[in-house]
Design a protein around this ligand. Structure first.
Ligand code: NI
Length: 446
């Protein structure tokens, strides 16, 4: 939209769900800056729809060729079909050092990108294969399919298990990555390594000036509240603000649009920057490729160097899919009532130093968002967050986010699941999850 100076844009999308007559279908509206419509604009549009008294339908409209760049007309209205892949690839060439990546490829850098039969296949083929010189087999499942080939196009270690096998196999590629159904999220792996999205965000921020598009440094960064404090430590060292927003990309879009932040991300595998106002999966992959190429370091080496400088923040998320939405609400209500009495109590051997219900005032439009998640801050930089997500007739998902920080190099290679186990147990007991929902263990762990 910014390339074409569009006033706005409608996106016909099933997001990362399977599409088609029996699948999902949605319409999104993004504004001239490229970002999602703000809450205020969305409300105004909803209000206007209540006053619509007629609409017109054009008949005899010719077929519009969407397969190649072209111009056609409906009456006096001109319709241009543009090549979004080429435009995107051109944009990426301005942000990243394609020469350095091409040199690293010539020196044998090996990459696997799992497009999960979703939208990024053609983009990855154009950029990774055609422009960067990687072999064809770099792009796995590169053909977009309406049903994603019958699988769940979600970039997590479970769905992208082929990648995980390759990463932990005998001759792992230097970088392995996947993006989701609509290309906005990303997962990064390296030899014997899965990079936590929170760490990925922190590493990108810490190394931003190594990349041409961010050579002048970052104005400020942002993370969603449940995302770990790893990036806060980078921001503190860089002397720039780190904004904590509620979950939901539109909060970032507002800050990006106003030029208040240059880079942002969330624990749910979304990362992006001011180059576009949406999260951008392939962008994050190219960022990592650029870092590998210019530092000569491997993914585990980049992580180790990061932890040596900033310490390691362990992070994990436990999801409880609760069939009875009322039971899920009861868990949160019980915790909310207990909040005032939690400060000073011991949890997993640590004192609770703060407990609150997160609220956010958008500095751009002044809108206040309340009840965005319950936060328990424990001594020595540990934290437990409880949040309900996806509440509908089929139930709700209770998300429990746990983090802890260490500056002890002897602990850097510990498994996050092991390091955080005492907190996970304390969180489950405190929230009385088993008593209130009947669930003995999380439905999924990320
Ligand atoms: Ni998505």
């Amino acid at each position: 939209m910014r390339n074409e100076d569009a006033t706005g844009g409608f996106i016909l999308t099933a997001s990362h769900n399977p599409a088609g007559p029996d699948g999902d279908f949605g319409i999104k509206f993004n504004t001239a800056g490229g970002g999602q419509a703000s809450a205020r604009l969305t409300e105004a549009i909803t209000e206007r729809t209540r006053a619509i008294d007629r609409y017109l339908i054009a008949t005899g409209v010719p077929e519009i060729d969407l397969d190649r760049p072209s111009a056609s007309f409906i009456g006096d209205m001109r319709i241009d079909s543009v090549d979004a892949v080429a435009q995107y690839a051109d944009k990426m060439e301005t942000l990243f050092d394609f020469d350095a990546i091409r040199d690293a490829v010539k020196d044998g850098m090996c990459v696997r990108f799992d497009a999960m039969n979703a939208v990024t296949g053609p983009y990855a083929s154009e950029i990774l294969v055609r422009r960067l010189g990687l072999p064809e087999l770099t792009v796995m499942r590169g053909t977009p399919r309406e049903d994603f080939g019958g699988r769940h196009a979600d970039p997590n270690p479970h769905e992208a298990h082929e990648l995980r096998s390759l990463a932990y196999g005998e001759h792992p590629p230097d970088l392995l990555a996947a993006s989701d159904g609509d290309g906005d999220r990303n997962m990064i792996l390296g030899p014997h390594t899965i990079v936590s999205p929170c760490d990925s965000l922190a590493v990108l921020a810490a190394n931003a000036t190594r990349v041409p598009g961010y050579r002048d440094g970052l104005v400020a960064v942002a993370r969603s509240m449940p995302t770990s404090h790893a990036i806060d430590r980078v921001a503190a060292k860089l002397g720039i603000p780190c904004v904590e927003t509620p979950s939901g990309w539109r909060y970032f879009a507002s800050l990006l649009e106003a030029g208040r932040i240059s880079l942002c991300g969330e624990e749910s595998f979304g990362t992006s920057s001011n180059h576009c106002r949406e999260k951008d999966g392939l962008w994050a992959v190219l960022f990592w490729l650029n870092l590998l190429a210019v530092t000569g370091r491997s993914v585990p080496e980049l992580l180790a160097a990061h932890w040596a400088e900033y310490g390691r923040t362990f992070f994990l998320r436990h999801d409880f899919r609760i069939p009875d939405a009322a039971a899920a609400q009861a868990v949160i209500a019980g915790l909310r009532d207990a909040l005032p009495d939690l400060v000073g109590r011991q949890l997993a051997g640590r004192t609770v130093v703060a407990a609150d219900d997160f609220a956010y005032d958008d500095p751009v439009d002044g809108m206040r968002s309340e009840r965005q998640g319950l936060r328990l801050i424990l001594e020595s930089d540990a934290r437990i967050v409880f949040r309900l997500s996806g509440t509908d007739t089929a139930g709700a998902t209770l998300r429990v986010y746990i983090e802890d920080h260490t500056d002890d190099p002897a602990r850097f290679n510990e498994d996050a699941m092991v390091a955080l186990a005492p907190f996970a147990e304390a969180a489950r007991d405190l929230a009385r999850i088993t008593q209130l929902t009947g669930l003995e263990s999380p439905t999924s762990m990320v």
